[in-house]
Design a protein around this ligand. Structure first.
Ligand SMILES: N[C@@H](CCC(=O)N[C@@H](CS)C(=O)NCC(=O)O)C(=O)O
Length: 318
């Protein structure tokens, strides 16, 4: 695990000392948008027109942020229009790699061994973390965007005139409600499990773990009378919550010590997670081997011997 400083790789864990034991996530730096006509999106520059075969995604099956993007690619039927690479589940002293492992798909752009080479290829002076997902423009040979929340939002409509599957997961009339739900789910659950697991002070951990479970309790009540988070319709808000929930009992409960309750103890949330898992194409985006290998083997400050647990055995059937 490390980061780039002026284009040079440094093997370095997150600094939680300067933040009093808190994990603070860095802002993503590439924020351009693919649009139907190449006009600029809400942030960044224009010039990224939706075209089949032009864009490539770098994904980790282990990563909940990258998996949102993989889900959206599947839901919109973009598999033939946007190609993918899959990184190795272990993120060690060189960060993400393309080394051999079942499920890995190599880099077609520069045949990179390491994900950081993709970042330095587009900016030889790049400083920052080398994260996935990355949306890459094969035509301009540059990174379009490395922020999953932007990428899923642009993919929901940008390729609609080129034969993408129907379905708008951020419909105009629900936007403010979806935004509100995202503003609740992101800090408390999506990033909440990370703030809990990466905390290096007892008091910080205890505060964060309660935030996670207070939020899950609220959503459990909400789902008593609703099938989905917003307007009883499957939207972006559900995609964003699902990729955290599907990892919950496998890694966050044990590895990140989010262990007040298991997800299977929440009848409504567990049923909701399994329902989304069975939407056609979605279970193929969930790779539990990569998920468990990544967290337990990569985070040596949390699990120094890298022992990967064999359980729990979860029954995802409906
Ligand atoms: N804000 C980013 C976060 C992505 C992210 O943090 N990905 C993790 C994997 S789950 C990563 O690549 N981490 C490497 C690092 O922090 O050095 C997004 O949502 O796209």
């Amino acid at each position: 695990m490390g980061l780039l400083v002026n284009g040079e790789w440094h093997d370095q864990w997150y600094d939680t000392e300067s933040t009093g034991g808190h994990f603070v996530r860095q802002e993503s730096q590439f924020r351009h948008w693919i649009t139907k006509d190449g006009q600029p999106g809400p942030t960044g520059d224009g010039g990224f027109k939706a075209e089949p075969g032009r864009y490539h995604l770098y994904i980790s099956y282990a990563c909940p942020w990258a998996s949102r993007v993989l889900m959206m690619r599947t839901l919109k039927g973009l598999e033939d229009m946007i190609s993918i690479s899959i990184v190795h589940p272990h993120m060690l002293e060189h960060g993400w790699t393309f080394h051999d492992y079942p499920g890995v798909i190599k880099d077609p752009v520069i045949n990179a061994d390491y994900m950081y080479e993709i970042y330095t290829h587009v900016d030889s002076n790049y400083s920052g973390r080398v994260t996935v997902p990355v949306l890459y423009d094969l035509k301009q040979d540059t990174i379009v965007n490395n922020e999953s929340s932007d990428i899923i939002r642009m993919l929901t409509r940008a390729f609609d005139d080129l034969g993408a599957k129907e379905g708008d997961y951020y419909p105009e009339e629900l936007r403010s409600e979806i935004d509100k739900m995202n503003d609740f789910v992101y800090p408390n659950i999506n990033n909440g499990v990370y703030k809990t697991g990466f905390a290096t002070e007892q008091s910080v951990y205890e505060k964060e773990v309660h935030h996670v479970f207070d939020a899950l309790d609220k959503l459990e009540t909400h789902l008593e009378h609703h099938n989905y988070l917003v307007n009883d319709q499957f939207t972006e808000a559900d995609i964003r919550l699902f990729t955290t929930l599907v990892r919950f009992d496998k890694v966050y409960f044990g590895h990140f010590k989010c262990n007040i309750r298991q997800l299977v103890d929440y009848p409504n949330l567990w049923e909701y997670t399994r329902r989304i898992y069975h939407i056609p194409g979605i279970k193929e985006t969930v790779n539990f081997d990569h998920i468990q290998q990544h967290y337990y083997y990569s985070h040596k400050t949390i699990n120094p011997n890298g022992i990967v647990p064999v359980g729990p055995d979860l029954d995802f059937s409906l």
